[in-house]
Design a protein around this ligand. Structure first.
Ligand code: NAG
Ligand code: NAG
Ligand code: NAG
Ligand code: NAG
Ligand code: NAG
Ligand code: NAG
Ligand code: NAG
Length: 701
């Protein structure tokens, strides 16, 4: 099989989509705007740092964010006696198979510290940078001929407009290597009042900060200080409680930075020339930036060219079906936006570096969606920024969590931040589908790099994960099978946790995870722990109702209650995201088909969000219906805005990057097939195969 995959890759390489062809396609979807969006910026960035611009190329009228992987903040701890430190928090005991197990849930006797742990640390909007016009009250409507283009091939944002009869031209770039933006402004107005401002906000404890993050009018709660370093550089030190960071500004030619204006944290920069270049770098340390405008421009061009040329590619331009253009556009913009927002050294949050959801934290069940596309599209180094490093970093706290709860191995947390803590929450504590994710990552990495390095770097993680999974499964003396839950939340977080047992997706994923873990040991010539095999071979059967797969065992009114037929239709994941089982009974194809049909007919898809549509698309692919798969990927509820940002919809704010990521996972499967599937150029609607060009994909699991 593996030899065959390699041959397929080589075959595909022979038909390479040329650099020019790739460039033409990418640039044909360059983003153009003539006014600011109310909900999304245009961004330049590098995965760990991003700058969100309005129509001026800066943050003049819309306070979009500058966010990073490292910029976090804590409010002061509560002062209520007995709740003044993290150590004071006590987990909540829930009955679990006859014993009391402590869970990281909000403790009703300790509201203050429970809330603090959920809201802290939160991710910061580091600063705003925009134009000033020499007089107050200028609005976007006062600018004429506004036009901007984001060139995804080079990472250049070019913006221009006229103010008071004079043209202003702006180029905005991000450094691929550091948390730095480079700005070039050209205008005669620079000598007649046009300048720049820098301003610094203060956070709040709201769960969602969208479209804008933090506040510029809470000035007394934080401090800033300007230090001039040379005739053309300065830094501003920003201190918010325990958090301090520096905004280093350097400019070409003559310029002056002053401030802050009384009662604000707003600084002004003016240049005495009609062409100025600025380098603005953000850092937790007061280090001087050594890079130049020209260097950043050339690194950005080189990085993006290599990104677009080195990875896999899908060319749908010759396909006559009008759906192909929409799909191609979603693929290209999603590749640009996920590289900027999700290729970080910690897993990204759902809204990337655009704005904050869940206080800017990341969710370990979502990390598979966010990070897998890099691997599936041939960009392993971007996946390796966070994996497996994150699992290794959090392994000790995951082992401690399992121990406190009386399990073996490591239980991964859920809503998380760089400290590795899992935020208190009932769903957070009882969700389990994040547990087998390391097996998925490891197996995907192994098929591209089947060597000892891959085996050893994931071994401890997989062992601890499988040990937990085996010990979490509960042997039911009366049915003689291993049950999952209760209490637990399945993927669809809308069931009664005390009644939820043996959900279809989690059972299938447990089997998958234990299969991979066992194979991992065998590949290394090591013994496979018996407990893994015993649990795997005696897992409860996948629950069915009327010949369909059910959300969980014993669910009432499976297809007749609209409270059941909404949220994530995870049953489709057992044949969409997951491959058919490598052990045990094969899946029931008739039941899979009937389930897919019922979902299409009855599920509240207008209330669905995120990766639901891509998962349904992958299920359709394996069921042999690529036409339906494309329809799911273009479903009217699965929306992307004019700049390719995934629209949150009825449940979550915009953007919601699991949409973009899952679309890339599904289209990689269309292009590359999966183990055992036939089809040289992938799996496309009738009539597309001859017109599609694909390159560089390996089959999905
Ligand atoms: C916030 O506080 C927690 C708990 O004391 C600590 O682990 C974390 O490093 C702090 N983060 C920041 C950004 O101060
Ligand atoms: C589930 O059981 C726990 C106690 O183990 C209880 O606190 C909680 O309220 C129950 N939840 C529901 C929805 O019944
Ligand atoms: C426009 O420019 C002219 C000439 O420099 C100046 O006198 C006038 O104040 C400017 N108006 C605005 C609105 O900036
Ligand atoms: C402070 O700014 C926020 C937006 O960040 C705004 O909603 C609020 O009304 C402002 N408060 C005052 C007193 O101006
Ligand atoms: C395994 O493959 C990776 C990626 O090509 C490489 O960096 C590593 O050195 C290889 N390890 C071995 C033991 O061959
Ligand atoms: C064993 O499984 C049966 C059937 O699902 C269930 O009713 C029973 O509660 C389970 N026993 C325990 C101890 O969980
Ligand atoms: C379910 O149906 C009821 C009655 O028609 C309706 O009021 C409710 O909003 C629906 N709920 C969902 C989640 O669609």
């Amino acid at each position: 099989m593996r030899v065959l995959s390699l041959l397929l890759v080589l075959f595909a390489l022979a038909e390479a989509v040329s650099v020019n062809q790739r460039r033409r396609i990418v640039q044909s979807f360059n983003i153009r705007r003539s006014r600011s969006s109310d909900s999304t910026p245009l961004q330049v960035g590098n995965g760990n740092f991003a700058f969100g611009a309005d129509v001026t190329g800066l943050q003049t009228f819309k306070p979009f964010a500058i966010m990073s992987t490292w910029g976090w903040h804590n409010f002061t701890l509560p002062t209520k006696p007995g709740q003044t430190s993290v150590q004071d928090y006590s987990e909540v005991l829930w009955w679990t198979h006859g014993r009391l197990v402590p869970y990281e849930m909000p403790n009703p006797d300790q509201n203050d510290i429970s809330n603090w742990l959920r809201e802290n640390p939160h991710r910061l909007n580091l600063a705003n940078v925009g134009f000033t016009f020499g007089r107050p009250g200028v609005t976007e409507d006062d600018l004429q001929h506004k036009s901007q283009e984001l060139d995804m091939w080079s990472g250049r944002l070019s913006s221009s407009f006229k103010y008071n009869g004079s043209k202003v031209q702006v180029e905005t770039w991000a450094d691929p290597e550091s948390d730095t933006i480079a700005i070039n402004v050209r205008s005669k107005l620079l000598k007649r009042g046009l300048g720049l401002f820098l301003d610094f906000p203060y956070p709040d404890n709201e769960k969602f900060n969208a479209p804008f993050v933090n506040h510029f009018n809470l000035t007394s709660r934080h401090t800033t200080a300007l230090e001039r370093l040379s005739h053309n550089s300065a830094h501003i030190k920003h201190t918010l409680g325990e958090t301090t960071y520096y905004t280093h500004v350097a400019w070409s030619g003559k310029g002056t930075i002053i401030g802050p204006t009384e009662g604000t944290h707003r600084y002004s920069f003016t240049a005495d020339q009609s062409d100025v270049q600025l380098i603005i770098s953000l850092s937790p340390a007061p280090k001087r930036s050594t890079t130049s405008y020209r260097q950043i421009v050339s690194s950005s061009k080189a990085w993006w060219k290599s990104y677009w040329c080195s990875g896999a590619f899908i060319d749908l331009t010759a396909v006559r079906d009008p759906r192909a253009r929409d799909l191609q556009q979603r693929i290209i913009t999603s590749q640009y936006l996920t590289a900027i927002n999700s290729a970080s050294s910690y897993p990204p949050q759902e809204s990337g570096l655009v704005n904050n959801g869940w206080h800017g934290k990341f969710h370990l069940e979502m990390t598979l969606w966010h990070t897998l596309p890099f691997a599936r599209w041939g960009h392993f180094p971007l996946m390796w920024r966070s994996q497996p490093a994150m699992y290794l970093q959090f392994l000790p706290s995951a082992i401690a969590r399992a121990q406190r709860q009386g399990y073996k191995g490591a239980r991964w947390g859920k809503m998380t931040d760089p400290s590795g803590r899992s935020a208190p929450g009932e769903i957070n504590a009882l969700l389990i589908w994040q547990q087998p994710h390391p097996m998925y990552f490891a197996e995907i990495e192994y098929r591209s790099f089947p060597n000892a390095t891959t085996l050893s770097r994931w071994d401890d993680i997989l062992t601890a994960t499988a040990d937990f999974m085996a010990s979490y499964a509960f042997f039911n003396e009366s049915t003689r099978v291993y049950d999952l839950g209760p209490p637990m939340y399945p993927v669809s977080e809308n069931t009664n946790p005390n009644a939820t047992v043996n959900p279809t997706f989690e059972l299938a994923y447990w089997r998958f995870g234990l299969d991979v873990a066992a194979r991992w040991k065998t590949r290394q010539g090591k013994p496979v722990p018996q407990a893994w095999i015993t649990v795997r071979d005696n897992l409860a059967p996948l629950p069915t109702v009327d010949g369909t797969y059910a959300v969980y065992e014993g669910i009432r009114d499976m297809w007749t209650d609209n409270a059941t037929t909404n949220d994530h239709p995870a049953m489709a994941g057992i044949y969409g995201l997951l491959p058919p089982p490598a052990s045990g009974k094969p899946l029931d194809l008739a039941a899979l088909k009937k389930t897919a049909g019922k979902i299409k007919e009855l599920w509240a898809l207008d209330y669905s969000y995120g990766w639901d549509f891509a998962m349904l698309a992958m299920n359709s692919l394996r069921l042999g219906d690529p036409d339906q798969a494309v329809d799911y990927l273009l479903h009217p509820i699965f929306q992307f805005d004019d700049a390719g940002y995934p629209v949150g919809g009825s449940r979550v704010p915009t953007p919601y990057f699991p949409n973009s990521a899952s679309l890339l996972i599904a289209t990689a499967m269309m292009a590359g097939g999966w183990d055992g599937s036939e089809g040289k150029k992938g799996h496309w609607p009738r009539g597309w195969e001859e017109e599609v060009e694909v390159e560089g994909f390996v089959p999905a699991l």
